[in-house]
Ligand binder design. Sequence first.
Ligand code: MF3
Ligand code: CO
Length: 248
Amino acid sequence: MIHVKSEKEIELMRESCKIVRDTLLFVESKIKAGMSTKEVDELVERYIRSCGAYPSCLGYGGFPASACISVNDVVVHGIPDEDTILKDGDIVSVDLCAYKNGYHGDACRTFCIGVVTPEVKQLVKVTEECFFKGIEGLRAGTPLFDIGYKVQKHAESFGYGVIRSYTGHGIGKEMHEDPSVPNYGRLGTGARLKAGTVICVEPMIALGDWRVRLLPDGWGAVTVDGKVAAHYENTLVVREDGVEILTL
Ligand code: MF3
Ligand code: CO
């Protein structure tokens, strides 16, 4: 069931989402070649806790860290570790959630480390564009799968693969609520979104084929063809006349 939020709830979610946004800006200012993904995770955990919030990923379904940190061909849910050292030319997605006052916020950015190839740089840029294309025209009454249709159309126009096995989601008291928000779909299909619905739209886009496989750790998902993938996510509220993005 899709839970429509009251203005009071949305006000509380604004705070969790602002913490998520600020944490990502902080990470962006610090992340560089030579750091381990574990060090990045420590920055995230310290920052979120300093805001009086809890890093929702930590312990979620047994996830052992505060952020999902996914380098190059790791698409999502990378477990931070000491041995993964960021190097010039890498792309790294940092996906994190903060929980405060009973509500979660969730967002992800993909950062370029040093100088990346023009091909990879374009993928990162287009993945962000996919988010904004996906929410173009989104307002109360929009069919849910219009989002995925628009994301897919933009990504595939560049020959990229749209990840199918992970999707966006509703969010609120739980990190993952209904509805599931796929990054592919047919125009004019799916439930019509109501004003006050809060969702995470999160395109995950691969340079090559969209197929992924799970790493032996049971969390990280890598592209089967070994090509890199990018991820961009925001939490937003559906409004009568558009959307309010809470994590920007
Ligand atoms: N932020 C992720 C999402 O978009 C959360 C992944 S769950 C975790 O759904 F346990 F891996 F953290
Ligand atoms: Co999410």
